[in-house]
Design a protein around this ligand. Structure first.
Ligand SMILES: O=C(O)CCC(=O)C(=O)O
Ligand SMILES: [Fe+2]
Length: 401
């Protein structure tokens, strides 16, 4: 991040007074970025991260990725033989697209070998099977094979606190591979913790239907439930979905092989595989959507009122959220202090200053939250108020002329 982008981003967030951006003007179509050489990180911040708008990057951005070279046949189809040879024994999660369980699909686990056998039979059966349409989802391939050359992380997505946090703890990650036949699909949802996502088709094509934050409210049924399938004719039934006429049409994307989609924070979406498709999908949080994550966690708490239940709903409670902030904050403080000693010339100084500023705002709000005040923090290695103080001092020093 350069100084000019830091100043722009700081002004943007200061203008919000620690709040969350509303939905600004949403263009009628999704922007397409074609030239890697002519599109900087600062362009991405200005055009998409700050206004929280989706975009599609051309396949030139993923040229040369290991997965695109090795997992695909010359005809552009999944290379089943290669995948079997390399990963056949790995146990992968598989969802059944035909079975609705709340607003997702039940998952089972099976060796990739068995899934590929199923997939080939599904194709031979004219894209139909008595077992239904099975979709391999949320396979942590990078966690299972950390040294494989699968992809090169684009600079636009390199500030990724969720994965930085999990990597520091060496526990989990939010890096996934999806693979499924034409017709497999992901029901209507927004991503975990209101994270961003990026998604690249290694082969095949996807159709995306995207709704800006807030639009989903008009799509709820009369009981207040979100739809499972936004293409269902039931949405036109005003008795079932009384406000669906108020929802604008979704933004539509047809994502070609090699192209990369950026899904902004809090945008609900539904995704259909138009061909036999393999994709790499990551969820990520950073200073640009941290306040959305925090707001989401507070809403979850309001909805369930019980921290114990909250953990089972969103997979994180306030104490763990503090731990997440602390791990990232301490790493940024280190950069700011070292760089300060070198007259601000340290690598990533602006990024660290921006990150520390965003953490300060959200941490101040967390520390003031009545539910967090009930947490016993006496045994914490660094007390939240101390961390807040350290961050404030570091941010003040970083922005001082
Ligand atoms: O590709 C899919 O089926 C779903 C992808 C998705 O929801 C995401 O990347 O956020
Ligand atoms: Fe998603």
């Amino acid at each position: 991040m350069d100084r000019e982008t830091l100043a722009l981003a700081d002004r943007h967030f200061r203008g919000l007074g620690g709040g969350v951006p509303g939905v600004g003007q949403v263009p009628g179509r999704v922007a397409f970025v074609s030239e890697p050489g002519a599109f900087s990180y600062a362009d991405f911040v200005r055009g998409f991260l700050l206004p929280n708008l989706p975009c599609v990057f051309s396949s030139a951005f993923t040229q040369g990725w290991g997965s695109r070279r090795r997992w695909v046949t010359p005809a552009g189809r999944p290379d089943f033989d290669h995948l079997l040879r390399t990963y056949g024994d790995v146990v992968v999660p598989v969802a059944n697209c035909g079975v609705q369980e709340y607003n997702s699909n039940p998952k089972e686990h099976m060796p990739l070998r068995d899934y590929i056998t199923y997939w080939k039979e599904y194709i031979e059966g004219g894209y139909s099977s008595p077992r239904g349409c099975l979709y391999l989802k949320d396979w942590h391939l990078c966690r299972d094979f950390p040294v494989e050359d699968v992809f090169t992380l684009p600079v636009y997505f390199s500030s990724d606190w969720l994965n930085e946090f999990w990597d520091a703890l060496d526990v989990d990650d939010y890096r996934f591979v999806y693979a499924g036949p034409a017709g497999s699909w992901s029901p209507f949802h927004a991503d975990i913790f209101r994270s961003f996502s990026w998604s690249v088709n290694v082969c095949g094509r996807k159709k995306w239907l995207l709704f800006p934050p807030g639009q989903e409210e008009a799509l709820r049924d009369r009981h207040g439930n979100l739809p499972y399938d936004v293409t269902s004719p039931a949405l036109c039934d005003t008795h079932l979905h009384p406000r669906s006429q108020l929802a604008g049409p979704p933004l539509e994307i047809t994502q070609e092989a090699g192209e990369m989609v950026f899904v902004p924070s809090g945008w609900h979406h539904q995704v259909h595989n138009l061909d036999d498709t393999i994709s790499i999908n990551h969820n990520w949080v950073n200073g640009f959507n941290l306040a959305n994550m925090w707001r989401f966690l507070q809403q979850e708490l309001c909805a369930v009122q019980e921290e114990v239940i909250m953990r089972s709903c969103s997979g994180i409670n306030f104490e763990e959220f503090y731990h997440f902030l602390k791990v990232i904050a301490e790493k940024r403080l280190l950069v700011l202090r070292e760089a300060a000693a070198e007259d601000g010339a340290g690598l990533g100084f602006e990024q660290a200053a921006f990150d520390a500023g965003r953490i300060t705002e959200v941490l101040a709000s967390l520390v003031a939250h009545p539910s967090f005040q009930r947490v016993d923090t006496s045994a914490f290695s660094l007390r939240p108020k101390e961390l807040l103080q350290q961050l404030r001092e570091a941010v003040d020093a970083a922005v001082a002329p």
